[in-house]
Ligand binder design. Sequence first.
Ligand SMILES: Cc1cc2nc3c(=O)[nH]c(=O)nc-3n(C[C@H](O)[C@H](O)[C@H](O)COP(=O)(O)OP(=O)(O)OC[C@H]3O[C@@H](n4cnc5c(N)ncnc54)[C@H](O)[C@@H]3O)c2cc1C
Length: 436
Amino acid sequence: MSANIASLFRKDQLLTLEDGELYEKAIQRWSDTAIRRAKYIVPAETAEDVSKAQTRSGEKGGGHSCSGASSSEGGLVIDLSRMNKCIVDLERKTIKVGGGALWLDVATEAAKYGMATLTPRYGLVIDILEEAELVTANRDILTCNEAEKLRSILGYSRCWIELRSCDFLHPQYIPTAESDMVRSARLPATTPPLLTPLFDAAAKWAKTASVDESAMIFMACPPPAFTPMLVVIPFYNGSAEEAKKKFAPFFDVGPVADMTQEMPYSEVNGLQNPMAMYGGRKLFKSTAFTAVNAERFQHIFENYVKLTDELPETKAGAIIVELHPFDKVADVPESATAFANRGKWYNINCALRWSDPALDKRVRAWASEQVEYLRDEEAKEQGMQLSGRRGYGNYGVEDEKIREVFGGNFDRLALLKGKYDPENIFHKWFAIPLRA
Ligand SMILES: Cc1cc2nc3c(=O)[nH]c(=O)nc-3n(C[C@H](O)[C@H](O)[C@H](O)COP(=O)(O)OP(=O)(O)OC[C@H]3O[C@@H](n4cnc5c(N)ncnc54)[C@H](O)[C@@H]3O)c2cc1C
């Protein structure tokens, strides 16, 4: 099919090597490790364009996966980045989002109406999705809005459907007056000797954290010193005064710098953007964990110090400990969607960045080591097998086991895969193997 693609689209609807700079720009990805030289790129503008091009291609949304899942070496890429419109319907309190939109697009548009997405209170995006326009493997364009069907196809979309637009069911947060604007606080940074008190504080805070708050702890090398530090980004959807009380255990540790302040939610959501632009080699490697155990994070921090010492270019990356309250996410049964990573656990993500391709193996091995360490420690303590349900696809590099990503849903999804995508059109990003 990719051989026929030139006959299906006008010259100005296709990008090939001949397009020089435009082509080179279109094959760029968030991580240089994901750049592949496609033969054809279709910069789709409508679901019809996607349907026409539908074949064993790579689809590019934002291009953030580091594995190359949204790229193709010598084949076809359907590029959705022009389909990035976000339209708020104030009456229905929904937002319609194009398949190529970035969270920056969503958050910026939603903020104009005082809306936001708050996972601890409302759950995952797939839990609040109301409608999706899909292009199936056989090129049908469907609008799906029946809750049950929607739940069963979503999360599986990466294997056999494509999301082109979607609506958020809940209004998220709508301010009633200026004083109700979504607020947040930011608390960089504390020095390594304070690691144990900091993680103890995090454990204390996590026990009572409400659905309106969240926190992330970064092991990073921020300016101006560019040496390993611990940076906390606490978030509270309320006043700064209340936030100070909520996060008192963190403040009591005594940060070396307190940069917390009230800010609109869209700004909070974009705090990491300057550190997360396209360019450089990048890797995500993550695992779930249940205990906020200072000793284990001390071990990982010491390894991070060694890594950044030996390979200074890795200072551009970070280890992110994500302490998002999980009750709402865990409330939804695993079988309700394809997404299996629901439970009373947090997530740690080694978000590494470097520039020398010769270091690829070493950096990947380092990240895997940290993740394995944490998994082993938890397994030793709790006799718990962490495999099966704790693979977080979004942070995957595709060396994860597919069964870990889909957990108890695997067999059901394998049947659906055989029925709706027997030719394995959706073959990337944790494609479920076809049953013999
Ligand atoms: C800085 C940063 C922060 C992040 N934070 C979070 C976070 O808080 N929570 C979280 O869950 N994830 C997070 N992620 C991970 C992110 O959600 C995944 O990397 C996700 O794949 C990015 O979407 P994308 O459109 O850029 O994907 P791409 O890399 O473009 O595509 C990924 C895969 O999905 C397929 N695909 C893309 N769009 C479509 C579509 N419309 N229809 C069908 N298939 C499609 C592609 O073919 C590919 O296989 C973060 C990533 C970054 C870079």
